[in-house]
Write a protein that binds this ligand. Structure first.
Ligand code: ZN
Length: 68
């Protein structure tokens, strides 16, 4: 999947946390960041659940996705 809302980071994560296999999704509704695995993000049919406002949306509808 190569949506234009997806960024692949090689040096750091947006929240300043240490690197790992965890990726980040930014909610389009509240702009809050939460964790998701790249495996989940790559499944276009999966519904992501925002931890902050509890909106559910598809990866393509995320405001931003960062693969760290
Ligand atoms: Zn949200």
């Amino acid at each position: 999947m190569s949506s234009d809302n997806t960024i692949r980071l090689r040096t750091h994560s947006p929240a300043g946390e240490k690197r790992g296999n965890t990726s980040w999704v930014q909610c389009a509704a509240c702009e809050g960041w939460f964790h998701a695995t790249e495996d989940i993000i790559n499944r276009a049919v999966v519904t992501l659940h925002c931890n902050h406002c509890h909106t559910e949306f598809l990866p393509a509808d995320a405001k931003k996705i960062v693969l760290a």
